[in-house]
Design a protein around this ligand. Structure first.
Ligand code: FE2
Length: 99
C-alpha cells in the first residue's frame, strides 16, 4: 500500500509474555488451574496489540491514509473481541474450574 518493503522488529515484551505462558503451562500441567493461569498472560499480549493497532490507526488517520485506517480499525476490533472472549471464558468457565 505504501510502496515500501515490509519489515518488523521482535517485541521483547511480548516474547516475555509468551515465555511466561510456556512456563505457566509447565507449572500447571495436569492442573485444573492451567487455563486460568495462562489467560492473563495471553490477555496482556492482546492489550499490547490493542495499544499498537490503536496508535497506528490514529497515525494513519492523521496522515489521511483512509484505506490503512480501515484495515487497522478492523484488526483493532478483532484484538478487542479476542480480549473480550478471553475475559468471558475466564469469568464463565475457567476460573470456576480452577477454584
Ligand atoms: Fe491478538
Amino acid at each position: 500500500m505504501l510502496d515500501k518493503p515490509a519489515w518488523g522488529k521482535t517485541c521483547e515484551a511480548v516474547q516475555d509474555l509468551v515465555q511466561e505462558s510456556k512456563d505457566l503451562m509447565q507449572d500447571f500441567t495436569d492442573s485444573d488451574a492451567l487455563d486460568a493461569a495462562v489467560i492473563p498472560a495471553q490477555q496482556s499480549v492482546e492489550h499490547d496489540e490493542i495499544s499498537r493497532y490503536g496508535t497506528l490507526r490514529t497515525w494513519a488517520a492523521h496522515l489521511g491514509m483512509k484505506k490503512a485506517v480501515k484495515l487497522l480499525e478492523q484488526t483493532l476490533q478483532e484484538e478487542k473481541k479476542t480480549d473480550e472472549l478471553l475475559t468471558q471464558l475466564a469469568e464463565e468457565t475457567v476460573n470456576l474450574k480452577a477454584a
